[in-house]
Design a protein around this ligand. Structure first.
Ligand SMILES: [Zn+2]
Length: 185
């Protein structure tokens, strides 16, 4: 991808959640997102959330995490720094969710949500899949992918030109989560 394309990606390609949805998450899960408006020197939560299409799965995950944080706070009322979200973002087309501390069940819930993001359009929430645009990865449904390509004037190379990508995608899709689950226990 040319340099101008790269700049374009930085300017437009990274999705941020609609402000209303963003505010609502912070309001509904005040313990989990206690650092949403924190200083950028102390937290990455100040950058907000990824695209609207993932709001539902972030919300489902937040419900579980918030509940657990509230329980932890009741159990350890003297704890100065209960777990909270430190960064929620998209990386290589997949949701990444970082916290200041985790329990095993929190880790598991986060893993589940990230797995779902892998097949959920980050734009609209419909079923999607991982796409590659000149080395940048996006999870999009067919419609949003067409729109994204059009907005960049990107022409997809033919199947054989990207055979290697197809192979990698297939291997990762088929085996990665299985391999990961083998090492979990
Ligand atoms: Zn879509």
């Amino acid at each position: 991808m040319a340099w101008s394309g790269y700049v374009n990606h930085i300017a437009h390609g990274v999705k941020s959640m609609n402000q209303e949805l963003d505010k609502k998450l912070v309001k509904d899960f005040p313990n989990l997102y206690a650092d949403r408006y924190g200083d950028m020197r102390g937290t990455c939560m100040c950058w907000g959330f990824p695209g609207d299409g993932w709001e539902k799965l972030i919300r489902e995950l937040s419900e579980k995490l918030e509940k657990e944080i509230v329980e932890l706070k009741q159990k350890y009322p003297d704890s100065e720094y209960p777990p909270r979200a430190s960064q929620v973002k998209e990386k290589f087309g997949v949701l990444r969710f970082y916290m200041s501390g985790y329990t095993d069940s929190m880790k598991e819930a986060i893993g589940e949500a990230c797995k779902k993001s892998w097949v959920t359009c980050e734009d609209c929430g419909n079923p999607g899949k991982l796409r590659n645009m000149g080395g940048w990865y996006y999870t999009r449904c067919d419609t949003c992918w067409e729109e994204l390509k059009k907005s960049y004037g990107y022409k997809e190379p033919g199947f054989f030109a990207t055979l290697w990508d197809h192979i990698i995608y297939w291997v990762v899709d088929e085996f990665w989560w299985k391999v990961k689950s083998l090492f979990k226990k």
